[in-house]
Design a binder for this molecule. Structure first.
Ligand SMILES: *[C@@H]1O[C@H](CO)[C@@H](O)[C@H](O)[C@H]1NC(C)=O
Ligand SMILES: *[C@@H]1O[C@H](CO)[C@@H](O)[C@H](O)[C@H]1NC(C)=O
Ligand SMILES: *[C@@H]1O[C@H](CO)[C@@H](O)[C@H](O)[C@H]1NC(C)=O
Length: 344
């Protein structure tokens, strides 16, 4: 479906171009045999059969073919003969194809519908040339642009939101002060800026600090070109190869040769057990990650024990936590008919 829309769009653009650059009187120039009738060019009548058409064409083509052209035989120069040859060829191409000939006859019978003639003509000429691969490529590019644009808007939105959250605003302001970014120098004379301008600059400083210092995770992080569809597709073979190579070397080193895991590998295994993404794992406290390593969680049995322990702990917490008690009591008495987000 997308393909036909692309095609139609292309055609309309062509049409607009043609209409802009052609004067009305020369409209038919450039279509089929130009201002001449293709039938006249071949010297045949409109009810000519296919066989007769071929005969007429071959005769004329022989006469005007650049390789056979003999100067002096006719009034033509080399150049005009060549043009005639092209015209004859075009006329033959137009009339020998049944569909094309139907279009052409229709045009002869309905000279007033010239817009539709242009459309029909270019649709036929372009249709086989508009490669499906190009249409797909154009579509992918459009999606990628859109993706990138919408990522930027989510990101900007997230930053705008964080600017209004006191916790982040205060942190960022503190940082800016520490770095001396908000120190005001006394400004005098013509260069003195208005209060508004100073305030604006300070906002910008705070915004930059929030952008650079506060790690935004999930769909709101800073857009990265390598994440857009086009780059992913282009880089896919590369990523696939690296993954296969990495996986293979892992297999060779640790399964076949029985090497000891390094820290990187240990963390990788732990992360996989915990089913976390790299970003999620990176956002954990360093001390927590160290306890994972200390407990040797990359060993399956240790991890299972750890998981069980965590679950037990969670249950205990729920049983003793006053908030949970309150929650359960509330569930019993009122049920979840109403939801509040009390921040206690
Ligand atoms: C900005 O002011 C702070 C404290 O008032 C000071 O420590 C710092 O050196 C100043 N920085 C600059 C660049 O003036
Ligand atoms: C974009 O992502 C790639 C791989 O995911 C990473 O190597 C690169 O540092 C990122 N670039 C930026 C500007 O964050
Ligand atoms: C390597 O690939 C195999 C097959 O897909 C997979 O089972 C294995 O977990 C991969 N190895 C690593 C280290 O991810």
């Amino acid at each position: 479906m997308a393909a036909s829309i692309e095609l139609r769009l292309t055609l309309w653009i062509c049409l607009v171009f043609i209409l802009c650059f052609h004067s009305v009187s020369a409209l038919i120039e450039g279509l089929y045999c130009g201002t001449q009738s293709c039938y006249d060019v071949l010297g045949v009548s409109r009810d000519v059969s296919k066989a007769e058409l071929g005969r007429a064409y071959r005769q004329l083509a022989r006469r005007y073919h650049p390789d056979r052209f003999q100067p002096g035989e006719t009034d033509d120069t080399q150049e005009s003969a060549q043009q005639k040859f092209l015209l004859v060829a075009t006329a033959y191409e137009t009339l020998k194809d049944e569909e094309l000939r139907k279009d052409y006859d229709y045009m002869l019978d309905h000279p007033e519908e010239y817009y539709s003639h242009y459309y029909t003509y270019y649709r036929r000429r372009l249709a086989p040339k508009v490669d499906v691969r190009i249409v797909i490529l154009v579509t992918i590019c459009a999606i990628s642009l859109f993706q990138y644009y919408s990522w930027w808007s989510s990101y900007t939105e997230a930053i705008n939101y964080l600017m209004t959250v006191p916790k982040y605003r205060i942190q960022a302001t503190e940082l800016a002060k520490q770095q001396g970014l908000l120190n005001r120098t006394k400004e005098k004379g013509k260069n003195r800026r208005s209060k508004e301008e100073i305030r604006e600059e300070e906002e910008q400083i705070i915004r930059d600090i929030i952008k650079n210092k506060i790690d935004i995770k999930g769909g709101y992080q800073k857009p990265n070109v390598s994440d857009i569809l086009l780059c992913k597709i282009v880089l896919f073979p590369y990523h696939l190869c690296t993954y296969v190579a990495w996986n293979f070397s892992w297999f060779y080193r640790f399964t076949i040769r029985g090497e000891e895991y390094g820290e990187e590998e240990r963390l990788y295994i732990i992360r996989k057990y915990m089913k976390m993404s790299q970003a999620q794992f990176d956002s954990l406290e360093n001390s927590l990650i160290e306890t994972f390593l200390k407990q040797q969680l990359w060993i399956k049995e240790n991890y299972e024990a750890y998981k069980k322990e965590q679950e037990e702990e969670m249950k205990m917490k729920m049983a003793t936590d006053s908030r949970w008690k309150r929650y359960r009591r509330w569930m019993k008495s009122e049920g979840p008919g109403r939801i509040t987000f009390a921040d206690d």
